[in-house]
Design a protein around this ligand. Structure first.
Ligand SMILES: [Zn+2]
Length: 238
């Protein structure tokens, strides 16, 4: 399964909240897109791991993903070590993406920062032939993605670039709502969380409008990168 863009997330629903519009847009352009969720989000206050797996599948169909995998690392407790790095490397080598998307280096949920560092390191190590991994008993070849971009999720971070998702915003919100156990549901008897209030949808609308304003469009998603994004001429910048 070769992919063009592979997005990693600490929890199922991180991508939906932060950058599903970007994945929808590139899938529409014919790019092969995929997601690897590191954990099942099993410590989430609402819902359950089983429910979130069903919701993730529904969202994957809406996004037009070619691939969605869950590594079953421990929600809240996964660490950056040889075992977890190698699990990520196996996924990178299996799907050979040019572009990897990862959580922001620092965010409200501490798992996001660790996932960010874990994926960044794995992308580098994946390019070293002496780092050996196997998949289905077969040795994998080294593969380093060309670029890693970090999606902005909860905490405000000034973006290095934004992607116009005006045409994709409505479908993006459908991917968020696919996780109905996590977000606003007037009939839910589960405890309220910072993301389950009606207000949270207003926040999302405002967040993507704010990033859109930078590009002179209605809605956009924000990203940061380690090195300055390069373009050929000044006119390639919007
Ligand atoms: Zn998360």
């Amino acid at each position: 399964m070769k992919l063009d863009i592979l997005a990693f997330a600490a929890h199922p629903d991180d991508i939906e909240l932060a950058c599903s519009g970007t994945l929808i847009k590139h899938a529409k352009l014919g790019k092969k897109t995929g997601i690897v969720d590191l954990t099942q989000g099993e410590l989430g206050t609402r819902g359950s791991a089983e429910l979130r797996a069903i919701e993730a599948k529904k969202s994957a169909e809406i996004m037009g993903l070619e691939y969605r995998e869950n590594l079953h690392l421990g929600d809240g407790y996964f660490e950056i070590n040889e075992t977890t790095l190698n699990k990520i490397i196996v996924e990178i080598r299996k799907t050979q993406p040019q572009i990897v998307l990862a959580n922001a280096p620092s965010d409200r949920h501490p798992d996001h920062g660790r996932a960010s560092e874990l994926v960044k390191r794995a992308c580098f190590l994946s390019g070293l032939p002496k780092v050996q991994t196997t998949y289905n008993g077969v040795n994998q070849s080294a593969h380093r993605p060309k670029n890693v971009y970090f999606y902005i999720q909860d905490h405000h971070i000034h973006p290095d670039f934004v992607i116009d998702i005006t045409d994709e915003f409505e479908v993006k919100m459908e991917t968020v709502k696919a996780f109905s156990s996590q977000f606003y549901d007037p009939n839910s008897k589960e405890p309220e969380t910072p993301i389950s209030t009606k207000n949270f949808f207003d926040f999302l609308d405002a967040r993507f409008r704010e990033f859109g304003r930078i590009a002179g469009v209605t809605y956009a998603e924000g990203f940061i990168c380690e090195r300055a994004p390069a373009v050929s001429t000044l006119y390639d910048l919007k």
